[in-house]
Design a protein around this ligand. Structure first.
Ligand code: HEM
Length: 134
């Protein structure tokens, strides 16, 4: 059981690094790409990648919760709330991209910067909080 728990922590952390990497890529290419069809094609690949990383963090989190017999700490509750929060923000972002036209591309970019910035800030804040209360 011990090694499963330790392995999950490592996998959990790599999923979180992966989430941060995908958000940074999204921010960079949202800034770089100026044509809507190109941006849509890029997001078609990258949005699911972000979901896979988040699913990895949630899945390894669930494994660890099971391994410690569902002994929830405040940190665990904060992490779960953060995961739900990120799912909602990502749904908002992909919905706003769906209804974007070439004329409103700049508006989408402003929304995307805001949402991705909030996601990145929230993840870093939770990581600092979790490590502080550990
Ligand atoms: C995006 C969301 C998440 C972030 C940023 C996050 C962050 C972290 C961090 C930084 C650690 C500490 C690792 C260490 O000790 O070195 C950790 C551990 C842990 N996380 Fe998460 N986590 C997230 C989602 C979740 C979810 C959804 C769950 C539960 C379903 C969860 C359950 C746990 C558990 C059980 C631990 C091991 C420490 C403990 O026993 O409380 N995490 N997480």
């Amino acid at each position: 059981m011990e090694y499963m728990y330790n392995y999950s922590i490592t996998a959990h952390l790599y999923s979180i690094y992966g989430m941060i990497a995908v958000i940074l890529f999204n921010l960079f290419f949202t800034y770089k790409i100026t044509e809507l069809p190109k941006l849509r094609r890029f997001m078609l690949i990258f949005t699911p990648m972000g979901s896979v990383m988040l699913a990895g963090a949630i899945f390894t989190g669930i494994i660890m919760m099971a391994a410690k017999h569902l002994e929830f700490t405040l940190a665990n509750i904060v992490m779960i709330v953060l995961s739900i929060f990120i799912i909602i923000l990502e749904a908002k972002r992909s919905k706003s991209l769906r209804f974007t036209t070439t004329a409103t591309l700049q508006t989408y970019k402003t929304t995307a910067y805001k949402l991705l910035g909030i996601e990145l800030g929230a993840i870093i804040a939770v990581v600092i909080f979790v490590i502080m209360v550990r």
